[in-house]
Write a protein of this length. Structure first.
Length: 307
């Protein structure tokens, strides 16, 4: 009997995966590394026949909807990677007898691996011979093996570089006017443009050393995030007071044994800001900023030096 799974999809998939003994076929237009790592961690060694069908190299490979490194990781773990034009279906087939069909891509959001996961739904059911024939005819036999060492990889890298330059031009138009953080202690960290996830205009990734964070905590320093361009002359800056930023790092990182910590800043197409610290998602859109968080974004007019 089929049933809607909602947020229980990943748990149900992992449970069924643990019972699998022969094969797994994943059909998904989008593929990202966190979901791949989660799958590989759970995949029984007895499941020898492994395949993925995704979209062919194109804009999805440039904007990060399909992570090339994730495809390579799958291939290293025995997956054959195939492509199918205009693919939109999302299907997970285990041992050719249990199928999950619905909206969830093979991605962080599709698998709800963080608090900002998509509102997805999947149906699980036992397949009939007719179901298996349909999947085989419509998807498997019509797909083409992807050469992971093909010329397309160089093209994707070149287009990503152009994408970064376009991000720079777009960043010049991002302006949020709020009061400066006058007089407060500040510590600055820099991030160049990173390839943003689907649905975001910009993404920046920061690393703070453990000793630096201890100083931030001791001095209750504000943190100035330098965004894009050059470290000494960033395209934009965002200053966040310790009172808003520090409490999240304090609760999440004080017991951590690692020597540095990472967090991300995301800017969506509506210019709303989101901080992600591990699995903590902190939305700081314009409405949130008024009276609670002082942010000053200053966009420089200096063009990035060529090369």
């Amino acid at each position: 009997m089929s049933q809607f799974l909602g947020s229980a999809f990943r748990k149900s998939l992992i449970e069924q995966l643990g019972k699998s003994t022969r094969s797994i076929t994943i059909i998904s237009p989008y593929v990202t590394m966190p979901a791949v790592r989660e799958l590989i961690k759970r995949l029984p060694s007895t499941v020898i026949k492994r395949s993925l069908i995704t979209v062919p190299p194109g804009v999805e490979y440039v904007n990060g909807s399909v992570d090339v490194a994730a495809l390579e990781q799958l291939n290293q773990h025995g997956f054959e990677i195939h492509w199918l034009p205009n693919l939109h279906a999302k299907i997970y087939l285990l041992d050719e007898k249990i199928a999950f069909v619905g909206s969830a891509n093979f991605t962080t959001n599709g698998w709800e691996l963080d608090q900002k996961g998509n509102v997805e739904d999947m149906i699980m059911f036992e397949t009939s011979k007719s179901d298996r024939d349909h999947i085989n005819t419509r998807y498997i036999t019509t797909s083409t093996l992807l050469d992971l060492n093909g010329k397309w990889k160089k093209d994707v890298i070149a287009q990503k570089q152009k994408f970064q330059e376009l991000n720079y031009q777009l960043m010049k138009s991002v302006q949020i006017d709020f009061p400066n953080n006058n007089g407060a202690n500040e510590l600055a960290v820099f991030s160049d443009y990173k390839l943003p996830p689907n649905g975001y205009q910009f993404y920046f990734k920061f690393t703070i050393a453990k000793v630096t964070w201890q100083k931030i905590k001791k001095d209750k320093s504000a943190i100035r995030l330098k965004l894009g361009g050059e470290k000494q002359s960033p395209d934009a800056t965002i200053t966040i007071p310790f009172s808003n930023f520090g409490k999240y790092l304090t609760s999440l990182y004080t017991t951590d044994k690692r020597q540095d910590w990472q967090f991300g800043l995301y800017v969506d197409n509506e210019q709303n800001l989101t901080l992600r610290i591990r699995d903590k998602v902190i939305s700081i859109n314009r409405k949130d900023l008024i009276g609670t968080l002082r942010v000053d974004i200053t966009v420089t007019k200096k063009r990035r030096a060529n090369g």
